[in-house]
Design a protein around this ligand. Sequence first.
Ligand code: GLU
Length: 296
Amino acid sequence: MTSSGQLNRHIVVRFAPSPNGLLHLGHAYAAMVAHDFARSRGGRFLLRIEDIDSGRSRPEFVTAIMDDLRWLGLDWDGDVIFQSRRLESYAAAAARLRSMGLLYPCFCTRSDMRKLQEDGPQPEGPDGPIYAGTCRHLDPELARDRAATEPHSWRLDVAKAAAMTGSLEWVDERHGNQSSDPGRLGDIILVPKDTPVAYHLAVTLDDARDGISHVVRGDDLFASTGIHRLLQALLDLPTPIYFHHPLLLDDKGGKLSKSRGSASLSVLRTAGEDGYGLVQELRAGIFPVGISLSQA
Ligand code: GLU
C-alpha cells in the first residue's frame, strides 16, 4: 500500500536469494531495499528462491531464508516461487535460442580455461574473464557429433546475437539511462555442463514470467544487466526498470559474505536478537561497527 493506502498493481519487485548458504547482513539490507521499494510505491513484493543449482541448494537454507525474512518483518506476497519447478521453461528458451543458431556447444574444461588465460589474459566480463571463443570456431558438424558424447555447456554467440538486436537500452533508476555494449559481454554460458540452466537465462525468463516491473538488487549484478537486456530482446520479453543498490562492505572494503566471517542472520535470530529493530537501523543507515555502504 502507498501512504494513501492504494495498492499499485503495476509495481512488482522481488527478492531472489540462492539457497546455498545462510543469509547475512548484506542479504538483510538487499531484502529491505527491495521490500521498501515495493511497499513505498504500493506495489507487490515477491520471494523467489533461485535453487537451480541442485548440488549447492539445500532445503534447510530455504527454511532459514523464510524464517529470517519473517524475523526481519519483511513480508512477501503470494506463494514462494521456486526456480527448480520451472526447469522446462528454461529448457524451452534454450531450445529456442539454439534453433535461432545463437548457441554453440563448448567443450572447454576449467583447465582449458586456465590455460587460455595464461596464454593471453582476457578482459573481464560480467562472469569473469571473457571467453576466447575457441569452441565458437569448431566445425558445426564436428561439434554436433562431439556434443552427442562429450560433456559440454552451451554458450551464447554474443556477436551474432548483438547483430540481430542492435544496441539496446534500459533504465536504471539509480545509475541513470544505460545502453549495451554486447561486445564486452563475451560468449556467456547459458546452459552449464552440470546444472540445467545458468543464472542469466533463468533470472531473465523469471523476471518476465513473474511480471517484475522493477528489478531491485545489488550493484554486484549491475554488469550482468547487459546480458539480461540482450536475452530480453532475443526472446521478446519485456524490459523492467532496474535499480541497483549499494552493497554493505566489511572493514577491508570487501563485499560481506559468509566465507569472510559475516554472522548469519539465523545465528542472530536464534540468539533472540530483534530482527525488526535491525531492519529499522539498516533503514536509518546505522550499521554495525566496521560495516559501511559502498559508494558507486
Ligand atoms: N540469486 C541471485 C543471488 O542470490 C540474485 C539474483 C538477482 O537478484 O538478479 O545473488
